[in-house]
Design a protein around this ligand. Structure first.
Ligand code: ZN
Length: 290
């Protein structure tokens, strides 16, 4: 079992002492170029992010379509359940929240049983759902971690060069108020990627994390952010990412969403297929200085 450090950070201010971006190119130069980062779309808001020997899966355990949102194909599920390529050597598997368009316990248990090196980390709700399907595994603290920072706070998961800051971003009000939704800020291959789960489009929820100062390279964003005033404001004022990806698109609406984005946000990337991969290009130093 690889060593993994779990740190509780009280207050988001502690998340960025100094300038992480300024340090990374020096480290990268000393150790040679950082490995390329590949983003593999799974289904809905599920992605596998891989750079060299580091790999993180988020929201990818999707066996059955749910309320119009896609799941993995039967072939992909077979590979996932066997932890075979592209699902081999995954360091961490994460889930934003317990809704079935983001997490399903069956494929999660199958994968974790087949991939004993993978750490699974998620909220109390998700870990409880996992426990209903595979209780011994969910109770093994070396394999499964419960992470549930308070709103505005973060917890850090770290493994070698790979680090994941787990954020608490509200799913919303009313029937969504009790849903424990997590955002994930990954540092992998020298790049910083944000995945927000189903975070409500309230700028106040993002403000404590000061994401604008974190110099995001990639933000994986539910497509409805690009269709509403508050969502656009969050993308513009908080994410500041070089690469924006619109995801969580129901297959039945894919063409309409792509058409809308092409008109208003032509720079935004949409993955049309499951297991479609993209290599994330590093921004040039000039672009970094923006
Ligand atoms: Zn949800």
């Amino acid at each position: 079992m690889r060593a993994l450090l779990l740190t509780l950070i009280a207050g988001a201010g502690a998340l960025h002492p100094g300038s992480p971006r300024a340090q990374e190119p020096q480290d990268a130069t000393a150790a040679g170029s950082p490995p390329a980062v590949e983003l593999l779309h799974l289904a809905n808001e599920g992605f596998l992010i891989r750079a060299g020997e580091d790999a993180v899966l988020i929201d990818g355990f999707l066996e059955r379509p749910y309320v119009g949102y896609a799941a993995l194909s039967a072939d992909a599920l077979e590979l996932l359940a066997a932890a075979e390529a592209p699902f081999d050597s995954i360091d961490m598997a994460l889930a934003s929240h317990v809704h079935a368009d983001h997490f399903q316990a069956g494929p999660a248990c199958a994968f974790l049983n087949a991939s004993p090196e993978t750490l699974f980390a998620s909220s109390e709700d998700v870990v409880a759902a996992l426990g209903k399907e595979c209780a011994p595994l969910a109770a093994d603290s070396a394999r499964v971690r419960t992470v549930l920072p308070q709103p505005g706070e973060a917890e850090l998961l770290r493994q070698g060069e790979l680090s994941v800051e787990v954020l608490r971003l509200s799913h919303g009000t009313g029937r969504f108020a009790g849903i424990q939704n997590l955002g994930h800020l990954l540092t992998i291959g020298g790049l910083r990627l944000l995945h927000v789960g189903d975070a409500a489009m309230d700028p106040a929820h993002f403000a404590p994390y000061d994401l604008a100062s974190r110099e995001l390279d990639v933000a994986l964003v539910p497509y409805w952010y690009f269709q509403s005033g508050p969502g656009r404001r969050i993308v513009r004022e908080h994410f500041h990412a070089d690469t924006l990806v619109a995801c969580h698109i129901p297959p039945a609406e894919l063409d309409a969403v792509v058409a809308h984005l092409a008109l208003e946000f032509p720079e935004v990337i949409v993955f049309r297929e499951s297991l479609e991969a993209r290599r994330i290009e590093r921004a040039s130093p000039a672009a970094d200085a923006r």
